[in-house]
Design a protein around this ligand. Structure first.
Ligand code: FPP
Length: 245
């Protein structure tokens, strides 16, 4: 597989930038392994990249960014690694109060009920405290799975049918979208996956129906502003037809 050039040129004008960028933060474990370190060190480094990329997107004026941080399947990993990721979430929520004056709305995508009570409370509080900001929406997918999300939406719609408030014939793409964790948020325009893996891994499978994909073999902890510039330049050159001609 030949990957795209890693030399950024001129950034496209704002109107040619994506409205919603999704990131699959992959390659942390391999980054650590290459250095003879435990995997959790890779996640710690990955969290630094996450913060750097959030700030850069904010400066570029990107309105919606989402990050795949922990999947519904990631609970199968060793306890030490899972605990390290939970700690990074917890620390980040404590630190992120600094974003408030940058008018960033925070949303956690996924089923929060599996997290500790204390982490759940912090997640809900951060969402509530930032709900009125509209400059940028930052989504962190945690205990998230695309199929799980669609099943969750189907159950919500079925409950409405059972309660007599919805007719089955009125179930549309819009009503399904409105019952996803991303309700009200535009679909992904550009999906970026580093680390050389060429798959979606159950990330925002509904919302990426017409997304443009950008793959690079750089590992997530090494992903930086220049890599993102390359992806944005490439995105601007795509001819998006959404099924038309
Ligand atoms: C995938 O790489 C990465 C994860 C499962 C965890 C990502 C989590 C973070 C970067 C921490 C995020 C923190 C905040 C505050 C959002 P991998 O471990 O599967 O890498 P590998 O394929 O090289 O093993």
């Amino acid at each position: 597989m030949a990957f795209l050039s890693q030399t950024p040129k001129q950034l496209p004008p704002p109107e040619q930038l994506p409205q919603h960028i999704g990131f699959i933060m992959d390659g942390n474990g391999r980054w650590a392994k290459k250095r003879g370190l435990p995997r959790k060190f890779g996640h710690r480094e990955g969290a630094k990249t996450f913060k750097k990329i959030v700030r850069y997107c904010r400066n570029l004026g990107i309105r919606y960014i989402s990050f795949y941080a922990f999947s519904t399947e990631n609970w199968k990993r060793p306890e030490d690694e899972v605990n390290a990721i939970m700690k990074l979430f917890d620390q980040y929520i404590d630190d992120v109060r600094g974003f408030f004056d940058e008018e960033t709305r925070m949303v956690f995508l996924g089923d929060k009920s599996k997290f500790t009570d204390s982490l759940q409370k912090k997640m809900y509080a951060l969402e509530a405290d930032t709900a009125h900001y509209d400059q940028m929406t930052l989504m962190i997918a945690a205990n998230y799975g695309g199929r799980d999300e669609i099943a969750h939406a189907a159950r919500a719609l079925a409950e409405q049918v059972k309660a007599g408030t919805l007719n089955p014939e009125d179930i549309t793409e819009d009503s399904v979208s409105a019952n996803l964790y991303t309700a009200g948020i535009p679909d992904v325009d550009l999906l970026i996956r580093p680390s050389g893996e060429l798959r979606l891994s159950n990330y925002l499978i509904w919302q990426t129906a017409y997304a443009e994909f950008y793959f690079t073999d750089v590992l997530w902890p090494d992903f930086d502003e220049k890599q993102l510039d390359c992806a944005l330049i490439d995105f601007a050159s795509r001819n998006r037809r959404f099924g038309g001609v």
